[in-house]
Write a protein that binds this ligand. Structure first.
Ligand code: LLP
Length: 422
């Protein structure tokens, strides 16, 4: 459950009217509910309490320092995928012993940085990568722990762009390759193969694909005859954007935990979206209302695909709500609704936040909230069309904190040079 709700027809984030934050910080604006973030993290932690897992928040979903800091402070680790994410984790003082590092393309310099930092585990995705980690660890006279990311080849029933556990995906090692690596593990003297990792995809709303992947992986492990200390089950737990009915943390744990009974693994989880997805909204203002010759109504808003790319990229659905429900002269709620395409200012037809949305009749200046924008929202935003990136604010009970300022035009050209004689 998130903490965005209406009071007297006005949308609130915890105890703050969203409109107030929008007036203070301008639009478009990312707004997070701190209470929701913490709540969702604790839900997973509680559900898995009996095995005391390491919960590594997948920071690619939202790498804002304020978000990271509040999770790290509560005991979360971080799942990173780049040198930049390692830098951010260190900046929020995440103990290295709680950092795991996945990515099919870890560069030599990134591996060096992670070894130097002393992270807990590298999630290894290929043999050449394992050789590289071994070489770099050797150069530093260290032995580093890794988990092998296995590709269990299961169907995750989600958008094909965010399916990762099928054999045709670029991720992980197939079982045969993994078996060969373990068989010849003495070739990697500076590496301790401490466990396995799987991550089968994202926005998965049922437990069944996870269960299938874990079962398959356990069966595989049992054929290896080696001691496995860490089992990382990845992230991917789905949330409600529209009419989904995803499993909650308790249901998920109830399906997953029995699979690990009698096993002496340290369990690692890497949730991203589950923790932050419904904790954030994108607040945008209607710039113009336009009617096309075909009779279509467009609400042209000040946020675009550069600010939230999910609708354009994955045809993802995000609920769009009016921040203030309009009232008629007598004070009654206006009943007149119109079907709008809510579109941004970017010069692309694919620039939309929502299509065919029935909303109270809008006028210029009205505020809209694009819900479920806390995961892969700001994190995937860009400067396309030379649009400064948005500010992020975090609501904690009845206070709003600016946690990242809006970029300026000067930020857009920082470091750019025009060579002489061009
Ligand atoms: N672990 C690994 C190894 C991952 O690759 C991912 C996400 C996660 C954990 C976290 O997954 P989550 O719990 O958030 O589902 N941009 C897409 C999602 C891409 C997910 C990439 N990997 C979207 O906006 O739907």
């Amino acid at each position: 459950m998130h903490r965005f709700h209406y009071r007297n027809d006005t949308l609130y984030a915890e105890d703050v009217p969203v409109g107030e934050a929008a007036r203070r910080f301008g639009t478009p604006l990312y707004l997070y509910s701190h209470g929701t973030i913490v709540d969702h993290y604790l839900k997973i932690k509680e559900a898995f309490r009996e095995v005391e897992p390491l919960i590594c928040f997948s920071m690619k979903a939202n790498s804002s320092s304020a978000v990271l800091a509040s999770l790290v402070k509560r005991g979360a680790g971080l799942d990173i995928v780049s040198g930049g994410e390692l830098y951010r984790s260190r900046r929020v003082k995440c103990p290295a012993s709680r950092i795991v590092y996945a990515s099919v393309g870890k560069r030599e310099d990134e591996i060096d940085e992670a070894i130097r930092a002393g992270i807990l585990l590298f999630n290894v995705e290929s043999e050449p990568e394992l050789r590289m980690i071994n070489r770099r660890a050797h150069a530093r006279r260290k032995k580093v722990m890794v988990t092998l990311r296995l590709n269990p080849d299961v169907e995750a029933h989600t958008h094909h762009y965010i399916t990762t556990g099928k054999s045709e995906n670029k991720f992980g090692l197939d079982f045969n390759t993994a078996r060969a690596i373990i068989r010849f593990s003495n070739r990697y003297k500076n590496v301790d193969i401490a466990g396995v990792h799987i991550h089968i995809g994202s926005q998965i709303t049922e437990a069944q694909p996870f269960v299938a992947a874990i079962r398959k992986t356990l069966r595989f492990i049992d054929t290896l005859g080696v001691v496995i200390r860490y089992f990382n089950i990845g992230g991917g737990m789905g949330i409600v954007y529209d009419k989904e009915r995803p499993q909650g943390a308790n249901e998920f744990a109830a399906k997953v935990l029995p699979l690990f009974e009698d096993r002496d693994f340290k369990l690692i989880l890497e949730p991203g979206r589950f923790i932050v997805g419904n904790s954030g909204i994108l607040v945008t203002r209607v710039v113009y209302i336009k009617k096309s010759a075909s009779g279509k109504h467009f609400a042209i808003v000040d946020a675009g695909m550069n600010d939230l790319i999910r609708p354009s990229l994955y045809s993802a659905y995000h609920e769009i709500l009016p921040v203030d429900c309009p009232r008629q002269a007598g004070g009654a709620r206006s009943r007149r609704t119109v079907k709008y395409d809510v579109v941004g200012p970017i010069c692309e037809s694919g620039d939309f936040l929502g299509k065919d949305r029935v909303l109270p009749e809008l006028k210029e200046g009205d505020l809209l909230a694009v819900m479920g924008a806390g995961a892969y929202g700001y994190a995937m935003s860009s400067n396309y069309n030379s649009r400064p990136r948005l500010p992020e604010v975090m609501v904690i009970k009845n206070r709003v904190h600016l946690v990242r300022p809006r970029e300026t035009y000067a930020d857009l050209v920082r470091g750019e040079k025009v060579p002489k004689g061009i």
